[in-house]
Design a protein around this ligand. Structure first.
Ligand code: GLU
Length: 303
């Protein structure tokens, strides 16, 4: 099936789910988003983009940012980050403190909050400006020089961030942070508050479908490193329901509580879908239905 047709099938499959579910009200400013929006963009490895619905409306990328910070750290120093963070699915909520304490401050994987804080901490040590380094990568790869972090979303997350502070303090108590708790959290909320559309995110993630090659032809990650980042996305990228997500969609993906999901189909391209209402697994309910349909009706799949 042609991409345009598969996109239409995806939108139809998602329609009953749009607006159904919960907004991420624990970050107060995300509670104000209209839950009835839906957009999807498909970027192929040659840079061609197909879109449907609200694909040009910016939304809060939240945890989708964690893939990009991991890529930047792996690009800078290879395997070293795995001494501080694991790469197993957690089977626990993304903001859990219990597992982190039981496992002596070494987060299960880089996509739960504890692991992402360690990755951001490392990027901060390496670059001196973790969120700015991430923003610059997003600007270059998406082609939109005005990509910015939304200060209102960042402030809102900080104000309601008791659990994030608790996770960071626990990491620090085990000696698994290099910068101060406040510094790491400031960088982390700024990275999560980046505001981007489906089209921009799909373009920004293309290097993951292109063996690590950026839009200017340079190599961010080696093919082997790219394979590994994608593998961690497949097993750990969609909260504690990564198994169900892999069963239904079958490609590496990362979701965020802003309602976005970024899915990578190696050597083909990247799909980004957004609809703000979250299903019980914490991923966008309509986004999951759309990706299930898209990978079923197109030949864009790894299985
Ligand atoms: N900034 C959010 C948090 O730390 C990200 C969560 C997510 O998108 O999974 O809770």
């Amino acid at each position: 099936m042609e991409i345009e047709d598969a996109l239409r099938r995806a939108q139809e499959a998602a329609a009953p789910e749009v607006g159904r579910g919960q907004l991420a009200t624990y970050i107060p400013s995300l509670a104000n988003v209209d839950p009835h929006q839906f957009g999807m963009a498909i970027a192929s490895v040659d840079g061609e983009v197909h879109v449907i619905g609200d694909a040009d409306v910016p939304f809060s990328v939240q945890s989708i940012s964690k893939v990009f910070t991991l890529a930047l750290v792996v690009a800078a120093e290879g395997e070293a980050i795995w001494k501080r963070v694991g790469r197993e699915p957690s089977g626990s909520p993304f903001n859990s403190l219990l597992q982190l304490d039981q496992e002596a401050g070494r987060p299960r994987n880089p996509f739960i909050n504890a692991g992402a804080l360690v990755v951001t901490d490392r990027l901060q040590s390496l670059s001196g400006d973790a969120s700015g380094t991430l923003r610059d990568l997003m600007r270059r790869e998406s082609g939109r020089s005005s990509v910015e972090s939304d200060p209102e979303v960042a402030r809102s997350e900080l104000e309601a961030g008791h659990r994030t502070y608790a996770v960071a303090h626990l990491l620090a108590s085990y000696g698994n942070l290099e910068s101060t708790v406040d510094e790491v959290i400031d960088q982390y909320v700024a990275q999560c508050a980046l505001s981007m559309s489906c089209r921009e995110l799909a373009l920004a993630g293309l290097f993951l479908a292109r063996d690590g090659v950026l839009s200017d032809g340079s190599q961010l990650l080696s093919p082997r490193e790219t394979k590994r980042v994608n593998a961690v996305m497949l097993t750990c990228g969609t909260y504690d329901s990564a198994g169900e997500f892999a069963y239904r969609v079958g490609v590496p993906a990362k979701s965020g509580v802003g309602g976005g999901i970024l899915a990578v189909i190696p050597d083909r391209g990247v799909a980004c879908v957004w609809s703000p209402a979250l299903g019980p697994s914490g991923s966008s309910a309509a986004g999951l239905a759309a990706l299930d349909a898209f990978t079923t009706y197109s030949d864009w799949t790894v299985f």
